[in-house]
Design a protein around this ligand. Structure first.
Ligand code: NAD
Ligand code: GLY
Length: 373
């Protein structure tokens, strides 16, 4: 799948959303390739939003690449970390846009992982009621998931990703070379989202992920390229059918109901998002088994894969006095909840997921078993 914008060595996955369609370009070295930027909206100015870690590594190369297209290129550097996915970071972007006199055509470039991407996307959605933005994801998690599909958000102390908007980028540029500098713990976190796509949509991809887990952990370029492409194809297919999550898009949240409770309950940043999702998928698989939808062998298979990816499979105790109560309280804040009833993404047979509720007593048994597993 290549388009007129991509060099022959790059691949492109298209996300079909009518007049909001765009390409996800994947390849090694595309940060420096002029083809990556051809056809992006023209404007007098661009603004790169990055963070203290990624900025020093890749900002100058992005500035160099953009300089033939944009006369003025500003940069905002956010503090690093999930704990900074806040109003304060969002305001740093608005302060910079306004103080530099940026107009409605200014193009924002999100250079970083999912945190930078989600905050920048929300800033782009709301600055002057919407300016164009481009995702330049630099973590595996962002390349296989968060940069694609237009979910943007910041956290609220009472719940994760609670304030945000659906707002699509104009392009996603996944340079596989930047994954070389990613800390190993972050690589594992990204693999959680790669693992997710198999059970919910494509068992052949789960087989492939199992067969190639060692290569992925060793950052084999071919394995990473396929994992990013196939993940983006699956996500693009789901988002193309249900952009605003009125139904099936929720399956992309497999493991996230338990995972978000872990992230919030431990304090944002203590467990990485991908770590919480890895453990959350094991918990959701256990719940699927308790509901009689999959067998124990499926739970064991998924648990083994999560462990091979360097992810935790034993859930943390969130409250020594009332652990189950604390999990349930946190999960009731989940965006899938309806009237206080918690909804879970469960596996309804291999390669198929559904969203449904479960009795509190059953969920409690899953939590207890997962915390002592
Ligand atoms: P992150 O953005 O915090 O990045 C992880 C760490 O890696 C950070 O310290 C970052 O500075 C560093 N880093 C990034 N790229 C690097 C590189 N190339 N080399 C060295 N260090 C690098 O975390 P993440 O895992 O990318 O994203 C998690 C966030 O994504 C969460 O907030 C989650 O809610 C969100 N998310 C959003 C969606 C969505 O659809 N919008 C989907 C999944 C996750
Ligand atoms: N990561 C879930 C979604 O994009 O819908």
């Amino acid at each position: 799948m290549t388009s007129k914008h991509t060099a022959p060595s790059f691949q492109q996955v298209d996300i079909d959303l009518g007049d909001r369609s765009y390409g996800i370009v994947i390849g090694a070295g595309l940060l420096d390739a002029p083809e990556s930027y051809a056809g992006l909206p023209s404007a007098a100015s661009a603004m790169i939003v990055t963070n203290q870690t990624v900025g020093p590594l890749y900002r100058d190369r992005l500035v160099e690449s953009l300089s033939s297209q944009y006369k003025v290129i500003h940069t905002v550097v956010l503090p690093d970390g999930e704990v900074h996915k806040t109003w304060e970071s969002l305001n740093l972007i608005f302060d910079a846009l306004l103080s530099h006199g940026c107009d409605r055509k200014t193009v924002l470039f999100a250079l970083g992982g999912g945190v930078v991407g989600d905050v920048t996307g929300f800033a782009a959605a709301s600055y002057m009621r919407g300016v164009p933005f481009v995702q330049v994801p630099t973590t595996l998690l962002a390349q296989v998931d968060s940069s694609v599909g237009g979910k943007t958000a910041i956290n609220h102390p009472l719940g994760k990703n609670m304030i945000g908007a659906f707002y699509q980028p104009r392009r996603v540029l996944c340079d596989l070379d930047v994954l070389k500098t990613l800390p190993v713990r972050e690589l594992s976190a990204g693999l959680a989202e790669v693992i997710k796509y198999g059970p919910i949509a494509d068992m052949a991809f789960l087989d492939w992920t199992e067969a190639n887990m060692d290569a992925l952990m060793a950052r084999d370029p071919g394995a990473l390229a396929f994992a990013v492409r196939r993940s983006c194809e699956i996500k693009a297919g789901v988002v193309g059918q249900d952009e605003r999550e009125s139904g099936m898009r929720a399956i992309l949240n497999f493991g996230h109901t338990f995972g978000h409770a872990i992230e919030a309950g431990m304090g944002y940043g203590a467990w990485l998002h991908g770590e919480a999702v890895g453990c959350g998928m094991v918990m959701a698989a256990r719940l699927s088994a308790a509901l009689g939808l999959v067998d124990d062998a499926f739970v064991e298979r998924l648990t083994a894969l999560v462990l091979r990816a360097g992810l935790p499979a034993v859930a943390p105790v969130l409250d020594a006095r009332d652990n189950v109560g604390r999990y349930l309280e946190l999960m009731r804040v989940d965006k899938k909840s309806e009237g206080g009833a918690i909804k879970f993404v469960v596996i309804d047979g291999p390669g198929r997921a559904v969203v449904r509720g479960a009795p509190d007593a059953m969920v409690a048994r899953v939590i207890e078993a997962s915390c002592r597993a």
